[in-house]
Design a protein around this ligand. Sequence first.
Ligand SMILES: *Cc1c(COP(=O)(O)O)cnc(C)c1O
Length: 406
Amino acid sequence: MTAADLDRADPLAPFRERFLLPEGVIYLDGNSLGALPRDTPGRIEQVMRHEWGDGLIGSWNDAGWVQAPQRIGDKIARLIGADPGEVVACDSTSINVFKALTAALALNPARRVMLTEAGNFPTDLYMMQGIAALCPGAQVRTVAADAIARALTPDVAVLLLTQVHYKTGAMRDMVRITAQAQAAGALVIWDLSHSAGAFPVDLNGCNADLAVGCGYKFLNGGPGAPGFLFCAARHQDRVMPALSGWFGHAAPFAFRDDYAAATGITRFLVGTPPILGLAALEVGVDMWLEADLSLARTKSLQLGARFQQAMEPLCQRHGFSLASPVAAARRGSQISYAHPQGYPIMRALAAHGVIGDFRDPDVLRFGLTPLTLRFGDIDAAVAILDDIMTNRRWDTPDHHARRAVT
Ligand SMILES: *Cc1c(COP(=O)(O)O)cnc(C)c1O
C-alpha cells in the first residue's frame, strides 16, 4: 500500500494535531525525548500564573499539588497494567531504580545478589554498583542476556531488567522471565523506560514485584520530567524505604523527629514534588489515556516493518546492518542500524531534518512514535538517508565533531 493510503486509513492520525512539531522535521527520537503536546504550554502557564502566582502556597491544598504524585501515578497505572495505589510519579528513573533495588534487597534479606544483563542501560548498572558499595554484603552480578536463567542461583535477591533494550530495541518476555525469576526465589524489577506509552504493559498480569520508568520518553512529559515507581500492593507495607524522606512519612506535617513510613505507595516518595514538571507530565499522560495503546502497538509494528523494508536496499548499497531483532514483534517501538560512520551520518540526517540519535559505538537509533509519525515520514526519512549516503553528505568536519549529547 502507498504511504498516503495508510495515512488516510490510520485511526491514530488525528493525534498528530495534538502536538506542536516544527515544520519540515521528521522526528524519529520520541523514544528519547517525546514531542511537545499542544496543551502543555497553556497548562504550564496556568500552573505558573494562577496556581503559583495567585494561589501561592495555598495551592498545595487548593490546586491538588500535594496529591499530584499519587494522582498521576494512578493514571500511569492504567497504562502499565497496575492497580490504583500501586504507582507514584516522582523523582528521576535513576533515583527510582535505587529505591526499587534497595526495597527488593530489604524484601529478600537472606539473599544479597543483584542480577542484571550486561549492556543494560548504564544508570541501572551504576545504581547497582553504588548500592553494592553502600550495603554490606550486597553484590552485583552482570551476565549476558541469554545467561540470565542459569544465573538465577539461590543467592539472587533481585533481577533488574529493562523490558525494551535502549540500544537494540529488543523486547524481553516479561511473563516468562518474571515467572522464572520468582520460581528461583528472586524478586523482579522491570525498567519500563522504553515501554510505558509505547505499547500495552501488564505488570499485574505477570505478577511483577517492582517497576520503574521514564516520563519524558514515550509519555511526552518534557525534558527531565519525573519518572514513576511501581510497587505491587502485596509488598508495599513490608518494606522500609531506604530513602526515608519526609514526603514518605505517615504524617509529614506533624514534623516529628522520628521517621514512620506512610502506608501504601506513598512511602516511596522522598521530598517535595516538582509541581511544574509533574504538570507537564500529566498533560502527556492524559493524552495517552485517550489513545488506544493496542492501536499504537499495531501502528508502531507497521511503521517498523515499513522502515525495515525501505532500508533493505540501503543495507546492500551503503553497509548498514540491522541492530535490532529481525521480527518486528520482538522489538519495542524503535529500530536500530549499525554503521561504522554512524555518528556523522546521524548528524547529517539531522541537518536534513531527520532527527534520530546515535549510541556508541556505531548504532543509529530511530524511534517510532505512533501518535506523531505518518507512514509518509518513514518513506521520506529513508529517501533522505539514501541521498546522504549516495552523495557522502555525512563526510564533513562539522558532522564528525562529537557533541556532548549524542
Ligand atoms: C532513559 C532511561 C533511563 C533514564 O534515567 P534518568 O534518571 O531519567 O536519566 C533509565 N533507564 C533506562 C532503561 C532508560 O532507557
